[in-house]
Design a protein around this ligand. Structure first.
Ligand code: SAH
Ligand code: SF4
Length: 350
C-alpha cells in the first residue's frame, strides 16, 4: 500500500475497524474498544490504547496512519492561547489554535495547506495552495489539539489555514464524522464554517442540511472595495454571496455572521460602517469585526479609536456587532503565520 492510499485511523468506520480485526485475527469486540479510544477518549495513538494487546497496537500502526501528523511547534501566549504547528506526513505544515476563555475552549482548525484564494492581507494565501487536507488530517487536528489542551473543546471554528469549501469532499466528510453520533458526536451548532464567499461551496454546504454556523468573510460593503482585498478569480459578487448565505439561513434555520477584517484607509470609514450595518440588518446577520493582524502587504490595522467608533456606529444603526477578542501573541498572531515563518526559514524543524 502506498503511503497516500493508507487509511487514517482518525475517522475509521466501525466496518473498517471490524475488517482490521478480522485480518488481525482478533474478536470483534476489539473494534469497539478501538472506536471507544478514538471517538470517546479522543486517543489516536495505538500505544496509548492500554486495554489492547501489545501485538494489536503494533498491527494498528502497520495497518493505519495513526496518527500521520505530529505537533512540531507550540507557542503559548500569556493569556493561555496556544498555537500548534502540525507537521503532516509529507513534511508540509498547518496550524491549529487553542483558545481558552473562562467559559469555553475553542479550537481553530485548518482545511488546506495554503490557500488558493489569496486574500492580500492573509499569510495563508501568500504562497498559494500546496494541497488539500485529507479528512483524516482534519480529524487529527481535532484529536492532537484535544490532547494538547487536555480536554474536548466546546466549539470548533474552521478559521485556520485554507478555504474549506474549496476542499469540499474531504472537509464535508470531516464535518460529518465530527458531528455524527456514531463518531465524535460534536453538535453542529458548536461548529463554525468560515468562508471567503465561495458560492458553489456555500450551496453544497446548504445541501448537507445541518445546523453548522456559517461565517462569511465579507470585509467590504461593495465589490470595488472588496476587489482591493480579494483577487480574481475566486472572488464572487457580494450580492451572489449574500443570496447563497440567505438560502443557507432559510434552509438550515441558522443566522449567519459577517466577518469583517478592518484595514486602515480601505474599509474602516464611518460611512462604510453605516453601509455595513444596513447590509447586516437587511440579511438578519451578525457582524464580527476583526482588527487586522499585520501579516501580508502594506495594509495597516486602524487606530484603536477608529475601531471603536466603527463599532459604535454599527451598533447605533441597530445592527448586532461583536469584536474578535485580541489574543496575547506578540508576533505571528494571524493564523497561517507560524507556517509562513517556517516556510521562510527554508528548512523544517528536525
Ligand atoms: N478561508 C476562510 C477561513 C480561514 S480565514 C475565510 O477566509 O473565511 C479566517 C478569517 O481570518 C477570515 O475572516 C480572514 O479574513 C481572517 N484573516 C486572515 N488573515 C487575517 C489577518 N492578517 N488579520 C485579521 N484577520 C485575518
Ligand atoms: Fe484563504 Fe481565508 Fe486567507 Fe483568504 S482569508 S487567503 S480565503 S485563508
Amino acid at each position: 500500500m502506498s503511503q497516500s492510499d493508507q487509511q487514517f485511523l482518525a475517522g475509521a468506520s466501525q466496518e473498517a475497524l471490524q475488517l482490521f480485526c478480522n485480518e488481525a485475527g482478533v474478536p470483534p469486540f476489539r473494534a469497539r474498544q478501538i472506536a471507544d479510544w478514538l471517538y470517546n477518549k479522543l486517543i489516536v495513538e495505538p500505544e496509548k490504547m492500554l486495554n489492547l494487546p501489545a501485538s494489536l497496537r503494533l498491527a494498528l500502526k502497520d495497518f493505519f496512519r495513526a496518527p500521520a501528523s505530529r505537533v512540531a511547534e507550540k507557542v503559548t501566549a500569556n493569556d493561555g492561547t496556544a498555537k500548534l504547528r502540525l507537521e503532516l506526513f509529507d513534511g508540509e505544515s498547518i496550524e491549529t489554535v487553542l483558545i481558552p476563555t473562562p467559559e469555553r475552549m475553542t479550537f481553530c482548525l485548518s482545511t488546506q495547506v495554503g490557500c488558493p484564494v489569496g486574500c492580500r492581507f492573509c499569510a495563508s494565501g501568500a504562497h498559494g495552495l500546496t494541497r488539500n487536507l485529507y479528512t483524516g488530517e482534519i480529524l487529527e487536528e481535532f484529536l492532537l489539539s484535544s490532547i494538547e489542551a487536555g480536554q474536548r473543546p466546546d466549539n470548533l471554528v474552521f478559521m485556520g489555514i485554507g478555504e474549506g469549501l474549496l476542499n469540499f469532499a474531504e472537509f464535508s466528510r470531516a464535518l460529518e464524522i465530527l458531528s455524527s453520533p456514531d463518531y465524535f458526536a460534536f453538535a453542529p451548532r458548536r461548529i463554525t464554517v468560515s468562508s471567503s464567499g465561495y458560492v458553489p461551496g456555500i450551496r453544497k454546504l446548504t445541501q448537507m442540511k445541518k445546523e453548522y454556523n456559517l461565517a462569511i468573510s465579507l470585509h467590504a460593503v461593495d465589490d470595488e472595495m472588496r476587489a482591493q482585498l480579494i483577487p480574481d478569480p475566486l472572488r464572487y459578487p457580494i450580492a451572489e454571496i449574500l443570496a447563497a448565505a440567505d438560502d443557507y439561513c432559510d434552509t438550515v434555520g441558522r443566522q449567519y455572521t459577517l466577518e469583517y477584517t478592518m484595514i486602515s484607509g480601505v474599509n474602516d470609514s464611518l460611512d462604510t460602517a453605516k453601509k455595513l450595518a444596513a447590509i447586516a440588518m437587511a440579511h438578519h446577520a451578525k457582524i464580527n469585526l476583526i482588527p487586522l493582524n499585520q501579516a501580508e502587504g502594506d495594509f495597516r490595522r486602524p487606530e484603536r479609536r477608529q475601531i471603536e467608533e466603527f463599532e459604535r456606529t454599527i451598533a447605533a444603526a441597530g445592527a448586532r456587532v461583536t469584536r474578535r477578542v485580541e489574543r496575547g501573541f506578540k508576533r505571528g498572531a494571524a493564523c497561517g503565520q507560524l507556517r509562513s515563518e517556517n516556510l521562510m526559514k527554508g528548512k523544517r524543524d528536525e
